[in-house]
Ligand binder design. Structure first.
Ligand code: THU
Length: 144
């Protein structure tokens, strides 16, 4: 298994491993009758807690919610808005990065979010939200 680069995003390796485990757990609870593609997401809050999310699909297809957005929505509802790291697990190889809509939702709360994408086979890739969504439309963008 690939080891996570020490200090990636200023997050300790043990914390990344906790996030991987949390993402793996919640992936098993994904509701995916349409795609059979379960996704698990684990967000590290500034307070040091972990908030999980999985994808929740719908017969309309369009009403599907991604794992990352489920995690963000849950975190906000629980009172957390400041995030320090995100781990996403998918069964794909290479592991899948977050979709465009999720990138936009994440950037609302955290512009420099370090992201680790993994799969059950042990493939791991590190990236920053700012490289996934450069020149993002953000809250300040509406100032005239
Ligand atoms: N999905 C996510 O949960 N996160 C992403 O960033 C990309 C896609 C889900 C949506 C759908 O349930 C399944 O993966 C296939 O697209």
């Amino acid at each position: 298994m690939t080891t996570i680069q020490e200090g990636f995003g200023g997050i300790a390796v043990e914390t990344w491993e906790r996030l991987v485990e949390a993402a793996r757990q919640v992936q098993s609870r994904a509701y995916v009758p349409q795609s059979n593609f379960p996704v698990g997401a684990a967000l590290l809050t500034e307070e040091g807690g972990i908030v999980q999310g999985c994808n929740v699909e719908n017969a309309t297809i369009g009403a599907t919610v991604c794992a990352e957005r489920t995690a963000v929505g849950t975190a906000v509802a629980e009172g957390y808005r400041d995030f320090e790291a995100l781990c996403i697990i998918t069964d794909s190889d290479p592991p899948a990065p977050p979709c465009g809509i999720c990138r936009q939702v994440l950037v609302e709360f955290c512009e420099e979010l370090p992201i680790l994408v993994v799969n059950p086979e042990g493939s791991r890739e590190c990236m920053h939200l700012s490289e996934l969504l450069p020149h993002a439309f953000r809250r300040g963008s509406t100032e005239v």
